[in-house]
Write a protein that binds this ligand. Structure first.
Ligand code: NAD
Ligand code: UGA
Length: 462
């Protein structure tokens, strides 16, 4: 099957950038990203994209209007496509059976029903969203039960491995592309059709094909392994603080072992992002559902350790500030879950700010990319009393304003600009002793100390 027209349901952090890259690399294929979120689509069609990613503006500009389109006319986009990516959200279910663990598949199901309603002829449906193993069975069953007589479908799994902040790099030179399909002749043809799309820019040896279930499961496992490394090094960060070891030195020492490798060994105040926690919870739920409680108990520890890492950071602040932060101004540098993104989903900053607000601290937040409304909304959703947010939260437009009159500053996102702050200006503006809590080990510790700051760095013993 020669793919001439692609549609993607979902214009989010994955759908938008991924389709922009496909369109840029495959000028002979028409690509339409469809979403019912009118503001999001309008933003994708404007100069101010809804997703901040270095290099993304250029990629979108190179193809938009030529063979890249963003539309709210979902039905028309489905009708004209040979191949349909489903890239809708799969958040953790918050109610009913599996609440707090299982993936909420309502958007996947409604996308499948819409595809069934509109489609004619043959179409390839590609699971781009991260989903539980065996979801392809549910999609196939919905399609079979609701489609027109002349419609036929192949369902593939093609999980996305991009990380936010490096999405353009990850999409243009991926470590691998994973495609799972049915082991039937029709399934093999569908896999080959999708392989040929990626082969326009990805070397064939980097395109891995597997059966459907291996592909679906590999996505959850990849995220679980990455998160596990962070929890592992974060657990060691506590031991370093207790013993006088330095976690960065330990990471370097173990990371040079080629069997361990250097990546994802940076201790932090805790991992965030929309997927690590949700995907591990999903994995845990699957293990429980398949009667494997020991496996579930193993993986849930990764999340428990991450929660503990965030709460022990707050405890460290409160204890250091003479056991009370009530009424004290604390500057929070960074609200995004990592640098180079405006995404705040599950950011460690949310938990830290929530707990400090509950201690009645006055919080002054600065982040170069996150807007004030998102910060307020995140804290409301995290259960902070809106009255407390009104009276105890200030959003600042510079780190210096945030630190003015503050007892302490806490660095929670590793934005590059935090490496080169004017320390004299900061110190002069703060109350004394001026405390620094570096949750990312990115600030210049020696220089801070030389300027008179009292410094605590995650994973660094005294
Ligand atoms: P997102 O919430 O940013 O975007 C999802 C979009 O889907 C929303 O704009 C929503 O309006 C739209 N949508 C829902 N139902 C729809 C329908 N029937 N038709 C058209 N649009 C519909 O989500 P995201 O971050 O892009 O993640 C999407 C999926 O990709 C998730 O399963 C996630 O786990 C996975 N993933 C995300 C990342 C990441 O970095 N964010 C990376 C890899 C995989
Ligand atoms: C992660 C994976 O890296 C992607 O491969 C995957 O596609 C994606 O999840 C997804 O499925 O959504 P992302 O969450 O965007 O990507 O960003 P990461 O770079 O993985 O960082 C996640 C969190 O871990 C961030 O809060 C980051 O600061 C933290 N982190 C990362 C550390 O604390 N230490 C590290 O060494 C690395």
């Amino acid at each position: 099957m020669n793919i001439k027209s692609i549609c993607c349901l979902g214009a989010g952090y994955v759908g938008g950038p991924t389709m922009a890259m496909i369109a840029a690399k495959c000028p002979h294929i028409q690509v339409t990203v469809a979403d019912f979120n009118v503001q999001r689509i309008a933003a994708w069609n404007s100069d101010s994209l809804p997703v901040y990613e270095p290099g993304l503006d250029e990629v979108v500009r190179s193809a938009r209007g030529r063979n890249l389109h963003f539309s709210t006319d979902i039905k028309a986009a489905i009708a004209s496509a040979d191949l349909i990516f489903v890239s809708v959200g799969t958040p953790t279910k918050s109610y009913g059976i599996g609440a707090g663990r299982a993936a909420d598949l309502r958007y996947i199901e409604s996308a499948a029903r819409l595809i069934a309603e509109v489609s004619q002829g043959h179409k390839i449906i590609v699971e781009k969203s991260t989903i539980p193993v065996k979801t392809a069975t549910a999609i196939k069953s919905i399609l079979a039960a609701n489609s027109r007589a002349d419609a036929t479908f192949d369902v593939l799994s093609n999980p996305e491995f991009l990380a936010e902040g490096t999405a353009v790099e990850d999409l243009s030179a991926p470590d691998r592309i994973l495609i799972g399909g049915e082991t039937t002749p029709g399934g093999a043809d569908a896999v080959e059709a999708l392989v040929s799309v990626y082969a326009n820019w990805v070397p064939r040896e980097r395109i891995i094909t597997t059966n459907l279930w291996s592909s679906e499961l590999s996505k959850l496992v990849a995220n679980a392994f990455l998160a596990q490394r962070i929890s592992s090094i974060n657990s060691i960060s506590a031991l370093c603080e207790a013993t006088g070891a330095d976690v960065d030195e330990v990471s370097r020492a173990i990371g040079t072992d080629s069997r361990i490798g250097p990546k994802f060994l940076k201790a932090s105040v805790g991992f965030g992002g929309s997927c690590f926690q949700k995907d591990i919870l999903n994995l845990v739920y699957l293990c429980e559902s398949f009667g494997l409680p020991e496996v579930a108990a193993y993986w849930i520890k990764v999340i428990e350790l991450n929660d503990w890492q965030k709460s022990r950071f707050v405890e460290k602040i409160v204890r250091t500030l003479y056991n009370t932060v009530t009424g004290k101004r604390i500057a929070i540098l960074g609200f995004a879950f990592k640098k180079d993104t405006n995404d705040t989903r599950e950011s460690a900053s949310i938990a830290v700010c929530r707990d400090l607000l509950r201690e009645r601290a006055q919080i002054a937040v600065y982040d170069p990319r996150v807007d004030a409304d998102s910060i307020r909304q995140d804290l409301v959703e995290a259960g902070v009393d809106p009255e407390l947010i009104n009276t105890h939260l200030q959003i600042c437009d510079s780190p210096y304003t945030a630190c003015q009159g503050a007892h302490a500053l806490a660095a929670l996102t590793e934005w590059e600009e935090f490496r080169n702050l004017d320390l004299i200006r900061l110190y002069d503006g703060m109350l004394k002793p001026a405390f620094v809590f570096d949750g990312r080990a990115i600030l210049p510790t020696a220089a801070l100390k030389a300027h008179g700051f009292e410094v605590f760095v995650i994973g660094k013993g005294v």
